[in-house]
Design a protein around this ligand. Sequence first.
Ligand SMILES: Cc1cc2nc3c(=O)[nH]c(=O)nc-3n(C[C@H](O)[C@H](O)[C@H](O)COP(=O)(O)O)c2cc1C
Length: 359
Amino acid sequence: MAVIRRLVISPPLMNSSSPWASEQNQLQELFDCSFTGGVTTRTATLTGFRETSEHIVALTNESISSVNSYGYSPHPLSTYIDYVDAILSTADASSTKPFIISITSSSPISLASMLDSVQRLRAKLRDGEGTTSRVGIELNTSCPNIKGSPPPAYHMTGLKPILDVLARYFREDPTLVIGLKLPPYVYATQFDELLQSIATYSRPDPSDESRRVSPFAFLTSTNTLGQTLFFAEQAVPLPGKAAASEEVATPTGFALPTVLGGMAGEALHPLALGNVYTLRRLLDTHEEFSLHDISIIGVGGVTTREAHARMRRAGASVVACATILVRNGVGIFEKLSIADDNRGSGHSGTDLTGLSSGA
Ligand SMILES: Cc1cc2nc3c(=O)[nH]c(=O)nc-3n(C[C@H](O)[C@H](O)[C@H](O)COP(=O)(O)O)c2cc1C
């Protein structure tokens, strides 16, 4: 079990945002699976993203990896609000299993309007009452596939106006659990700049003035690595598609019609582990003490139980996956499960020292 502020994720294993969490039936199946402790929705914008035949995913034949050219969900956020409302309203009354609604916007005005919708849903579900929440949000700051719009988490000046909005909503309602979906970082100062920026938002905790609190409860690391290229002969069909499907043989001779896209799966795993390890270490030692309480959802190349365990050892309190879900379906969560060590809260107890001893 992991507790991220008011979100109880038990077991601490879940899907990460992808088109396999796009429709109501997919979200219901993920929610009903007893091997997931929570469900993340596909990233939504305020009005929906125009999806074309250029937006696809290909699996690769040398490892369990993927490359995709998707942008965001064609459904607007309002559709996910309805889906989550429908699923939670009919869930077992004793269930605390949460949804993490993935959203994105580069416009502070649109983002505020999206947060208003989420807060209306939470008010309807009385999500701010008691000690647990069933709805959190994850701001996707890291999709590499949007033309002319770099992932804001690579550019702190672009990130700040949207973090300002999130921080304002948290101050108005500290029961709102907020996370950031990060891109893979590839050199040390990228992590430092992110944490420096995040640290400026911490304030005294209104419920206990002796403590400080960050508006950000968790960081999800990592999203796909952009600008990667696979040729058509390196791709295999998605399960259920014919061998000569368009996903494999695009007219370009590349795995993707866009040629370049975001890579994930096993090829990303070492970089994702390095990102989770570095974030955990920097959060734990940060001079702004409130950052010590930020949890990490570790994502990237978790395709086996061993990879899941590695992600936990690197510092993740919750582990999530996308590529293996695309390839194997929801049944994979049982195969990825490891004995839950019932860590009571957040990341405390993460065994970074075990990294060298192999414990
Ligand atoms: C086909 C596909 C679509 C994705 N779409 C999203 C998305 O809409 N929002 C998001 O935050 N991440 C998205 N991701 C990234 C995943 O959530 C995850 O961070 C990344 O794939 C690494 O995990 P993995 O190695 O288990 O696939 C997508 C990944 C894939 C493979």
